[in-house]
Design a protein around this ligand. Sequence first.
Ligand code: SF4
Ligand code: SF4
Length: 558
Amino acid sequence: MAERANIQNASQQTFDRFYRFHGGLKLAGHRELTVTVPIAPADIPPLLVLPLLQHIGEPAEALVKPGDSVRTGQMIARPVGMVSAPVHASGSGTVVAVEPHPVPHPSALPADCIVIETDGRDQWLEAAGGLPDYRSAEPQVLLERIREAGIVGLGGAGFPTRVKLASGKRAIDTLIINGAECEPYITCDQRLMRERATEIIEGVRILQYIVQPEACTIAVEDSMPAAETALRDALEMLQETGISVTRIPTIYPTGGERQLIKVLTGREVPSQGLPADIGIICQNVGTAAAVYRAVCMGTPLLSRIVTVTGSGILSPRNLEVRIGTPLSHLISACGGYTQDVERLLIGGPMMGYAVNSDAVPVIKTTNCILAVTREEMPAPPPALPCIRCGRCTEVCPADLLPQQLYWYAHSDNYDAAQDYDLFDCIECGCCAYVCPSHIPLVQHYRHAKTEIWAQEKQRRKSDLARQRHEARLERLERIKQERAEKMASKKQALSQDAGGPDPRQAAIQAALERVKRKKEQAGVSPGNTDNLTPEQRQQIAAADQRRAAQQTGDGQAE
Ligand code: SF4
Ligand code: SF4
């Protein structure tokens, strides 16, 4: 099954050959628009819009309210739970709102955001201080720094980096740094590798120190010779021999985590599993650079490189952008739209999604803003019925059955869709790209996933409510039982008391015994009272009366 190929890198045995994943496409790159344009910093906009959820997991919790002054680098929302990430102010100014706002998401639904009116001064918070000598610290300390810095996977998935680095149930043997920017048009990672190779390698060294892998490589596509050269030069300059650079074929979607792992190692990540389950961790080159800045310079994740491109943009560029900057601000920085602009997408043409408004902000996972003309990307014709041609199956890099998935997702049969591994679909769009019936397959899969997540959330909510109700019933039953047990033990104590000697009876009996003894001592036999003194007669009469009274009382009681 594995296909041997040329030896690309001789520095490490592990990556001296590559493997082929199923399916995939050869696509036109369209990278010439921006690949030669150096990264430029974008201005800080008048308003920064920072969503509380910019990552996979739970949204962060706002720490600020309208009216609060904030400084650049200040944590303004803290992580909630294990899989979450904090949000930092990417510019100084005043918080003007904490409210729902349009955000970049395929659902187009608004989400909670912190809106900062910037003051134009970019006043930084006193930095926590870098840790250039990070080897003197425990890996746990560095993991905490990475979490505190709000770093998430910058390749597009947005999984919190700290969680990923600590997720292995087994030892990590391989660290892969993903420089394979496989979608057309996008060049932000390529420019980063060309211009900031040293930062990337310093970040990789930190990651190596944390996970202690046996092998580590940076994967670049064979269409990125300048990036490859820059990385090799930096490795040489730093005299780093524990990291290699591997050149891989440009086949879409090689940059997908599972596909890259397959290409480099021949290993398959189990269905719905994590790379860490097979001893591998994969990080994007941008994430590695962010780790370097967080650990060695104490800088949280405040900005990222974004490719602003497409024939609908007057001057396409790669910009270093503060997180929270509205797309409209960046499009202005690139000269604005062309007159024939047709659609605006976030991400590339394959995995990206259209947005209705350029007021949405750049978030941590935004790698590309693509404005296309009608000529460049014509609107898809109306969808026709599936003709079961099987082309979608041939190209699926996840080795799924896209037409079956479509059938079940379309008919809302979500259980069956999951049986066909819906959640292994990486939404690469290869199936929709080749479908002769122009069925928007990925949209159906996204919708099905969203529905399943919503149902799962609802189910968890109902389960929680049911568990609470059952716990209450159990508590009430326990209280009832405890009360019943108390009553029973009281009754038992009373009945035991009733079976013992009656103190009154015992006193009478003792008095009679005393009188009897006295009579005997005085020679008085029972029934003979002749020789008794008047006092003794009175005592006997009183005792007889008490006994009679007692017997009468007992008889009545019965
Ligand atoms: S490519 Fe389209 S028409 Fe062909 S089987 Fe797949 S979904 Fe059906
Ligand atoms: S979008 Fe999903 S089903 Fe379609 S080709 Fe990609 S991985 Fe396969």
